[in-house]
Design a protein around this ligand. Structure first.
Ligand SMILES: NC(=O)c1ccc[n+]([C@@H]2O[C@H](COP(=O)([O-])OP(=O)(O)OC[C@H]3O[C@@H](n4cnc5c(N)ncnc54)[C@H](O)[C@@H]3O)[C@@H](O)[C@H]2O)c1
Length: 271
C-alpha cells in the first residue's frame, strides 16, 4: 500500500540489473510512492536489456553511466536534472563488483589490479557520484543519499574477500560526505547494511548459501528480503528521516546484535 511518501520528489536510482536487484525494488516502490525517477546503470549492464522493462513500468528514462568514470557521472547529473525537471531529492548507490571474488581469487592471493577495480567500482564510485552531484549543486536541500553495504565491513566473512574492504571504505565515504554535504546543503548520507539477499551480486559470492543460511538462523526476524530493504530506503528518502545522517543502518532482522540463537546453539548442545 502506497502512502505518497515521495510525492513530488525526484530521484536517481543506480544498480537495477534484473528483477532480483535491490535497486529494482527501490525503483518500483519509489514510483509507487509518487516519485519521478531516472534509472542508471553501466552501459554493459544496460545491454542485457532487462532494465528497459523496469523503465517502462516506472516511466523512467535511463541514462547509462559507468560509475568509475567521472565524465559519465557528470553527464548523469546534468542530463538527470534536465529529465527530472529540477534538482535531485534522493540518490541510491546500489553498485558492487569484485573481479577477485568473481574469478575465485582467495583473499590470501589477491590480484592487486583487480583489488583496485573492486575499490573503484564498489566504493570510490560513491565518492565520484556524490562529488559529481556536489560540483553541479545537483542535490536539493534536505536531499537524501543512500548506499547499500554489508556487515563484512565490520566482521570477517570468509569468501567475501576484498569486497569487505570495499564496504568498509564505502561506509567511511558515506560518513565523510554526510559531513561535507550536510554542512553545505543539509543533504544527508547513509549506508544501509542489508542481510544476504539472493541477487546476481549476492549469489556471485562463493559460499553465499552458507552466509544466507547462517544469517537466517542467527537473526530473530530472519533475513530481510530485498523488498523490505527497498521499503527502508524509501523511508530514508522521505521527509520522515530528515535528521538521520552519517549512519550505517543495519537492515538485517537483528543479525548484527545477536550473539547466538537457540537454533544455532542446538546444533552443538550435547545435553
Ligand atoms: N545481495 C546481497 O546479499 C547484498 C547484501 C548487502 C549489500 N548488498 C549490496 O547491494 C548493492 C546492490 O547489489 P544487488 O545485491 O542488488 O545485486 P545486483 O547484481 O542486482 O546489483 C549490482 C549492480 O551493480 C552494477 N554495477 C557494477 N559495476 C558497475 C559500474 N562500473 N557502474 C555502474 N554500475 C555498476 C551492476 O550493473 C548491477 O546493476 C551492492 O552494493 C551490494 O554489494 C548486497
Amino acid at each position: 500500500m502506497a502512502h505518497g511518501l515521495l510525492k513530488g520528489k525526484r530521484g536517481i536510482i543506480s544498480g537495477a540489473l534484473n528483477e532480483q536487484s535491490i535497486a529494482w525494488k527501490v525503483a518500483e516502490l519509489a514510483h509507487a510512492e509518487g516519485a519521478t525517477i531516472v534509472l542508471t546503470n553501466a552501459p554493459v549492464a544496460m545491454r542485457m536489456g532487462e532494465i528497459d522493462k523496469l523503465a517502462e513500468a516506472v516511466k523512467a528514462p535511463i541514462i547509462g553511466a559507468d560509475a568509475t568514470k567521472d565524465e559519465d557521472l557528470e553527464r548523469l547529473f546534468a542530463e538527470g536534472q534536465q529529465k527530472l525537471g529540477g534538482k535531485v531529492d534522493f540518490l541510491l548507490h546500489s553498485i558492487g563488483m569484485s573481479p577477485n571474488v568473481r574469478k575465485g581469487k582467495a583473499y590470501e592471493d589477491l590480484n592487486y589490479d583487480w583489488f583496485k577495480q573492486t575499490l573503484d567500482i564498489s566504493a570510490m564510485s560513491l565518492h565520484r557520484m556524490v562529488q559529481a552531484a556536489f560540483k553541479q549543486d545537483a542535490m536539493a536541500e534536505w536531499g537524501s543519499i543512500v548506499a547499500l553495504s554489508y556487515i563484512a565491513a565490520q566482521r570477517v566473512f570468509p569468501g567475501y574477500g576484498d569486497m569487505a574492504d570495499a564496504k568498509a571504505l564505502l561506509e567511511s565515504i558515506a560518513r565523510s560526505w554526510g559531513y561535507y554535504y550536510g554542512q553545505k546543503n543539509k543533504v544527508r548520507v547513509n549506508t544501509v547494511s542489508q542481510s544476504p539477499t539472493p541477487t546476481t551480486a549476492g549469489s556471485g559470492i562463493k559460499g553465499f548459501g552458507g552466509f544466507y543460511g547462517f544469517a537466517q538462523e542467527m537473526s530473530p526476524l530472519g533475513n530481510a528480503p530485498a523488498v523490505d530493504c527497498a521499503n527502508y530506503c524509501i523511508t530514508l528518502f522521505s521527509d520522515l528521516s530528515r535528521y538521520v545522517t552519517m549512519q550505517n543502518l543495519f537492515h538485517d532482522g537483528g543479525f548484527s546484535s545477536s550473539g547466538v540463537t537457540m537454533q544455532v546453539m542446538e546444533k552443538f548442545m550435547t545435553e
